[in-house]
Write a protein that binds this ligand. Structure first.
Ligand code: SF4
Length: 361
């Protein structure tokens, strides 16, 4: 077998926890080694088995021969001069590049998540990617112009958290599945990643701190409510009528707004305590009229949900412009007057191509 065709060793986090004992070759009285590995991996963030100094050398060597601990290599980072945003690029083991975005808004600025508790030194969040490229083709989005290469694995998703904390020296308070890709189109890997992120055997993030976004894949939203770790859901609606949605989100619009909303309300009922947010990017002359605001409020009034009105980041080569300040304010006022919790989200990381809808590689 040529060196090029030698298969890469499996990555630890791709192996289900129940298979760790056989994978590392321990059983019986030695089973406590699994807990040690969990501790050294998730708490101490080791990158090689050699670092587990409480293990005998033979066990470290044997594990290093059949398993690897990390699957991504950082491949550059750029920090915003305007706010605390850092955009990282990672390279996968098969040589693909994708971004993720660290958000650390200046204190007193627009918070990423106003529901979060105050943290000394400010809150940090990670907007992580779930696919390399995106096949969903939302017409305003830079990621939708990056050809889809493949889904990220559960390890590649979780590892973005490790690297962001290591490269910035900060603890993350919120994990947002809002980077490149449609998370629910990579359903299996996203759910497995959530198990590591939410589970007590992994990173143990609370429900309030993990949000998965989707453009509204109804079957997957339904599936998510049955057995996956509960998360906050952020649904990118971006239109108040199906015709407009078809124009700007042609693939996701195969499900009508009513179908998406029904799945969202059902999800909320089944996962008590999860927060539901609707994302609405304000596109000048496309979806920002007062009539649009009234229609949207008719769908959402008397429901427990948030609306994020996102100020659009223009993408070079795309024919969309942000709505004017006045239109955004009017739109926001109409929703608020009808009792809908609404906030206007200013883009972070605009100067480094890291704002919402700007991500490419
Ligand atoms: S908005 Fe999300 S689903 Fe749509 S193209 Fe961009 S990354 Fe893909």
């Amino acid at each position: 077998m040529s060196p090029e065709s030698t298969p890469l060793p499996p990555v630890l986090l791709d192996v289900p926890l129940g298979e760790w004992p056989s994978m590392i070759g321990v059983s019986g009285a030695e089973i406590y080694r699994v807990r040690q590995l969990q501790d050294w991996f998730f708490q101490r963030r080791i990158k090689s088995f050699d670092e587990i100094t409480v293990w005998p050398a033979a066990l470290r060597r044997a594990c290093a021969e059949k398993l690897t601990l990390r699957s991504l290599v950082p491949d550059g980072q750029v920090a915003s001069a305007e706010d605390g945003t850092v955009r990282f690029t990672y390279k996968t083991r098969d040589g693909l590049l994708f971004p993720s975005v660290f958000l650390h808004p200046p204190q007193g600025g627009d918070p990423v998540d106003p529901d979060e508790d105050e943290v000394p030194g400010g809150r940090s969040s990670l907007c992580l990617s779930t696919q390399v490229g995106c096949a969903w083709g939302c017409s305003f989005c830079a990621s939708g112009r990056v050809p889809f290469k493949r889904d990220l694995t559960q390890t590649e998703i979780v590892e973005q958290i490790f690297w962001a904390e290591e490269l910035t020296g900060r603890r993350l308070q919120s994990i947002l599945f809002m980077g490149m890709g449609e998370p629910l189109a990579n359903y299996e890997n996203v759910v497995r990643a959530l198990q590591w992120i939410r589970g007590s055997e992994g990173l143990h993030y609370g429900l309030r701190h993990v949000t998965v976004s989707t453009t509204g894949l109804v079957p997957q939203i339904q599936q998510l409510s049955k057995g996956a770790p509960a998360v906050n859901l952020a649904i990118s609606l971006h239109a108040a009528d199906d015709e407009t949605r078809k124009k700007i989100m042609p693939r996701s619009a195969r499900w009508t707004i009513k179908e998406v909303l029904k799945a969202a309300w059902d999800y909320q009922v089944k996962t008590r305590g999860s927060r539901l947010t609707f994302e609405y990017v304000m596109l000048d002359g496309i979806n920002d009229s007062q009539r649009n605001a009234q229609r949207l409020s008719n769908f959402l009034r008397h429901r427990k949900c948030w609306v994020n009105l996102i100020v659009y980041n223009p993408v070079p080569g795309l024919p969309f412009q942000p709505s004017t300040e006045e239109k955004v304010k009017k739109f926001s006022d109409i929703l608020s007057e009808r009792g809908i919790w609404t906030r206007v989200r200013r883009p972070l990381g605009k100067d480094i191509g890291a704002g919402c809808g700007q991500l490419s590689v």
